[in-house]
Design a protein around this ligand. Structure first.
Ligand code: NZQ
Ligand code: ZN
Length: 392
């Protein structure tokens, strides 16, 4: 096990009706003027918007609004948000939505406090570096998926350059995140599937580690993966079952709040491979991961077959047989693909009508400002290209 420092100050406020308390929490964190940031309108349809407005008003909090965040959030809207916050004297940002809204809010929060000579995109996103200061932010999470509600990172697409990149810093961890699983009832089945694929991917990125002797976190990861595998189909089948939604919501946050990678190095190549797909084809993050993760697995499993056997047996209950190591591994990968397929997700690029024509370009872009990709097995441009080919 590696040395580690674990720090996650995001206060999680979980349960029915908790979004009503948003205004009180902003007051507790000394917010006086709020930017209410949200997406394309789902919060107006499911009533969350009205509840939040009522809570802000009840706490005498003046606010300005910036809507229009899209999946694969755009850098141009962040720039608009920074200008708006400066103009209006905003001192607290409330993000109401999914990972895209929260990540956009984090970009704005950091951008408002940058010095004149700093460039948010070129100095931070393009180098995965984190700024030192950000405005405080809170979130109301409406889709369990990215874990951004308690993560350090913000992932954004620069539509001018077609790069999708992330930056990370402790100052961007939300002060509080409100999670009411009832507000997830209105999610379309496909978004539930995308969200669950992302949660599972966050667990697998951590599971496939080059670090030895990490049994405790292995076991926590396995329990978390089994929770997603069990509850994801149920969430689609019974969309208004509170207890099912609550299981998914909580594992989604824990999957990405830093706890499960304590003492171990994660891989993250499948995520970066997906971000290149998202940058060019604007696909949902979760559907992209259902494509890149199995392809990555097929390319790298020989690096450490023991870990893949453990994954197949402990997570997918593939039966043990010492002579059949490779068959066990491939069966584990097959069961993962079957799980994604049963959720209604694609597992090949062709299912999204993406052909190989830009695979080389994506493999080149992924290496920009990076020495290598991934940690379980270090990858370079040709490896990434081969993985894209396996995903075709
Ligand atoms: O825009 P609205 O109308 O709100 O609709 C959204 C959007 O179309 C809809 N939605 C959200 N909550 C809903 C709802 N529809 C009905 N009822 C609800 N309760 O769902 C769609 C997707 O929303 P989005 O925020 O894009 O989804 P997600 O949470 O999956 O976020 C994906 C983004 O987060 C990044 C991804 O790369 C992607 O850009 N990630 C962020 C991470 C982080 N900051 O730590 C880590 C992740 O690995 C990931 O990379
Ligand atoms: Zn993810």
């Amino acid at each position: 096990m590696d040395n580690f420092v674990f720090y996650n100050p995001a206060k999680i406020i979980f349960g029915k009706d908790q979004e009503k308390t948003a205004g009180e929490w902003i007051r507790k964190y000394d917010g006086h003027k709020v930017l209410l940031h949200y997406g394309g309108g789902s919060i107006k349809k499911n009533g969350v918007y009205d509840t939040i407005i009522a809570s802000l008003k009840a706490n005498d909090l003046p606010f300005v609004e910036l809507s229009g965040v899209v999946p694969n959030p755009r850098y141009s809207l962040i720039q608009e948000g920074i200008a708006l916050c400066k103009r209006e004297g905003v001192d607290f940002i409330l993000a109401v939505g999914g990972g895209s809204v929260i990540d956009s809010a984090k970009g704005i929060a950091a951008g408002v406090l940058l010095n004149e000579d700093e460039d948010l995109w070129e100095d931070y996103y393009m180098f995965k570096r984190g700024p030192e200061k950000a405005l405080p932010l809170g979130t109301v999470l409406t889709i369990p998926a990215t874990g951004s509600e308690s993560s350090r990172s913000s992932v954004v697409t620069n539509e001018a350059t077609h790069f999708k990149r992330s930056m990370a810093a402790d100052c961007m961890i939300p002060k509080f995140s409100i999670i009411n699983p009832k507000t997830h009832y209105s999610l379309p089945p496909y978004q539930i599937a995308c969200g669950c694929a992302d949660i599972l991917a966050h667990l697998m990125e951590r599971y496939f580690t080059p670090t030895e002797n990490v049994d405790f976190t292995d076991r926590m990861l396995e329990a978390s993966m089994k929770t997603v595998i069990n509850y994801a189909p149920l969430a689609i089948k019974y969309p208004t079952d509170y207890n099912i939604r609550a299981e998914i919501a909580w594992v989604g946050t824990i999957a990405h709040n830093g706890l499960l990678n304590t003492g171990r190095l994660g891989d993250w190549a499948s995520h970066d491979l997906e971000h290149e797909l998202g940058a060019i084809y604007d696909i949902y993050h979760g559907e992209g991961l259902a494509i890149t993760f199995p392809a990555w697995m097929k390319y790298v499993y020989k690096q450490n077959p023991k870990r893949f056997v453990q994954f197949a047996q402990r997570v997918w209950d593939v039966e043990f047989s010492a002579e059949q190591e490779e068959r066990i591994i491939l069966e584990g990968i097959h069961r993962l693909e079957r799980f994604f397929t049963e959720l209604g997700l694609p597992i090949r690029c062709s299912q999204l009508h993406i052909d190989h024509s830009r695979f080389r370009e994506m493999a080149q872009k992924i290496m920009v400002n990076r020495d290598h990709e991934g940690e379980f097995m270090k990858l370079y441009e040709e490896d990434c290209y081969q993985i894209y080919c396996l995903s075709e």
